[in-house]
Design a protein around this ligand. Structure first.
Ligand code: DX5
Ligand code: ZN
Length: 235
């Protein structure tokens, strides 16, 4: 399976399997890789941190052999730490969590890296970006929620654009000072009609659940939708 060459290599697309057909998950992740996805976004919900319940390490392990692209695990769980070794063993390459769901954020970030994964912090719409300030050297990814976590198919919250710009400034300053690269991902309500603004504000990685899986019958199927997203991203 050869992932297609992206139209613009700085934009990574991460379809969220929350909107996939769970009865055919292996087939669905193979289809998005063939269609040019860069990551599989894997939403873990515990009916405690968020009011919904989804999938865990067993499902991650089950889909792992079906794709070669990284699995981007988004933990919406509280507490966090006990799940990290399980997801690392199940084949996750990136693991992100919400800082208010962990008692010791710095320790949790280290734990993710110790297990050989890239580590990310996820900030809800009302969560301050100051959470990242003292752990920049331990971050591989900052994920900004552009909806409240828990459900697919919600509407993009426009205030995320200002937050994206602020985090982009911090990341660029960090890298200019010799720090490691940090991806800036956005999650929730990303569509063909707003992706240009989102990328212009500084995102380099976009999650898209309903935009991709909600349109399997669109012209060109999943590849058609992802090509349209990439084209729209850089008008
Ligand atoms: C929401 C999830 C998202 C969701 C995005 O809590 O973290 O990843 O699946 O879905 P869309 O793209 O439909 O907003
Ligand atoms: Zn997510």
């Amino acid at each position: 399976m050869t992932p297609s060459t992206p139209l613009n290599p700085v934009l990574r697309l991460a379809p969220s399997i929350l909107s996939a057909d769970f009865a055919r998950l292996g087939e669905e992740v193979r289809a998005i890789e063939t269609a040019g996805a860069d990551l599989v976004h894997f939403d873990v919900m515990d009916n405690h941190y968020v009011p919904n319940l989804t999938i865990g390490p067993l499902v991650c392990e089950a889909i792992r052999p079906h794709v070669t692209i990284p699995i981007d695990v988004h933990l919406m769980v509280e507490p966090v730490d006990a799940l990290i070794p399980l997801f690392a063993k199940a084949g996750a390459q990136l693991i992100s969590f919400h800082p208010e769901a962990s008692r010791h954020v710095d320790r949790t970030l280290q734990l993710i890296r110790e297990h050989g994964c890239k580590a990310g912090l996820v900030l809800n719409p009302a969560t301050s970006i100051e959470w990242i300030d003292h752990v920049m050297d331990k971050l591989d990814l900052v994920l900004l929620m552009s909806v409240n976590p828990g459900f697919g198919g919600q509407k993009f919250i426009p205030a995320t654009l200002g937050k994206l710009r602020a985090v982009r400034t911090r990341i660029d300053a960090h890298v200019a000072g010799g720090g490691q690269p940090i991806w800036l991902e956005v999650d929730g309500g990303v569509k063909i009609d707003n992706i240009a603004q989102i990328v212009a504000a500084g995102a380099d990685t976009c999650v898209a659940g309903s935009a991709v899986f909600g349109a399997p019958d669109a012209d060109g199927g999943y590849r058609g939708v992802m090509t349209a997203l990439r084209r729209a991203a850089h008008p």
